[in-house]
Design a protein around this ligand. Structure first.
Ligand SMILES: [Zn+2]
Ligand SMILES: [Zn+2]
Length: 83
């Protein structure tokens, strides 16, 4: 058989159509839903969230910091505190 092999997604054994992905995962890849797509994703295993800082998503970044802060500072610092 001269097929291209199977999808590089670990749990997927479907036949590759492009980029090492099967049809389903290639569609996800184009939609930016797969790792190594348009944006870098969290380095935590099984986490596909966009990176926030230090290679981690916001959730894992906060966890890695030892729960020092309950919420990340999301407010823009450039905004003057009016009144
Ligand atoms: Zn697949
Ligand atoms: Zn994460």
């Amino acid at each position: 058989m001269a097929d291209k092999g199977t999808c590089k997604v670990n749990d997927c054994n479907h036949q590759v159509i492009a980029k090492g992905y099967c049809r389903k995962h290639f569609r996800l890849w184009k939609a930016g839903e797969m790792p190594k797509a348009r944006y870098k994703t969290c380095t935590e295993e099984k986490c596909r969230k966009p990176r926030f800082h230090g290679g981690l998503c916001q959730e894992h970044y906060n966890a890695a910091r030892g729960k020092k802060q309950e919420a990340a500072p999301a407010a823009p610092a450039a905004t003057p505190a009016g009144a």
